[in-house]
Design a protein around this ligand. Sequence first.
Ligand SMILES: Cc1cc2nc3c(=O)[nH]c(=O)nc-3n(C[C@H](O)[C@H](O)[C@H](O)COP(=O)(O)OP(=O)(O)OC[C@H]3O[C@@H](n4cnc5c(N)ncnc54)[C@H](O)[C@@H]3O)c2cc1C
Length: 284
Amino acid sequence: MKLPAFEYASPATLAEALALLAARPGAKPLSGGQSLIPTMAFRLAAPPLLVDLRKLKELEQIAVHRNGISLGARVRWRDIEDDERLKTAHPLLVAAVRHVAHYQIRNRGTVGGSLAHADLAAEMPGVAVTCEAEIVLAGKNGNRILQAADFFLGALSTALADDELIVEVRLPPWPASRRWGFEELSPRRGDFAFAGVAAFYDLDAAGRAANAHIGVIGACHRPHRMPQAEAALNGRRVDEAAIRDAAAAAEKAVEPPGDLHASAAYRRALVGTLLERALLYASR
Ligand SMILES: Cc1cc2nc3c(=O)[nH]c(=O)nc-3n(C[C@H](O)[C@H](O)[C@H](O)COP(=O)(O)OP(=O)(O)OC[C@H]3O[C@@H](n4cnc5c(N)ncnc54)[C@H](O)[C@@H]3O)c2cc1C
């Protein structure tokens, strides 16, 4: 279907992009276009102006340093997959991103576009919330930084103002000894998942789990951590009993939506199964 008519701008600087967004109510940033363009084609959105971010090269940076990892908003899924440093600096991120869509979409879709779009089954928002990422937003009054948990308000809904841009997401440092797992189930490879689980923990001197972080996507109206499942793991050896208890706690912690593809009961049971698999992988 043809897109509704729109004007197009391709600013050369961030300041120019912000000024364009502020000057035109309803204007939208265009990044990879993999969500926005289909949305327009289906007439679910008709922004009068698209502000293309393609010339903002400063948003394409991946930085790995002592304080963690910084991903510019225009970093694509493929950039993450191809970055050798991230395989050890953040293996959970790399594993999650491998589940995003198909090659062609991973070649264009970006971190910032995914965070702003906030699909409830998207992997990047789930990783951001699970890992306590910070999301850096630029606006006419300067930058503000939000915790990922405060950024996502609901399905396709965030704390982003109309005239703001996501410029960066910051992930805390990742110890080399950290145990982690990412599991999801989708109808076909590359489709959005029915549900997904991201999990990590560290080991204390006695070999017990500490600092467990367990997040869920798809089985809730926004990505969130599951403190009950984390509590079921912390302070214990990650054996069969601990994994079973964490999975049972996770099933109780979600309020999944039911739809054409999967009932709420199915998604609830799936979350437990996915967490079992993720923890088995982590404890291997
Ligand atoms: C067939 C198909 C399958 C897919 N499967 C998956 C999947 O399994 N998992 C998954 O996570 N995603 C999936 N996607 C979505 C894909 O990952 C998108 O690329 C992503 O959600 C949006 O990124 P984008 O760069 O294309 O953003 P765009 O489409 O350009 O923009 C999306 C939204 O974000 C806004 N935006 C973009 N950049 C910024 C910014 N820097 N600051 C503020 N707002 C911004 C836009 O205005 C728009 O509202 C799929 C898409 C398709 C078409």
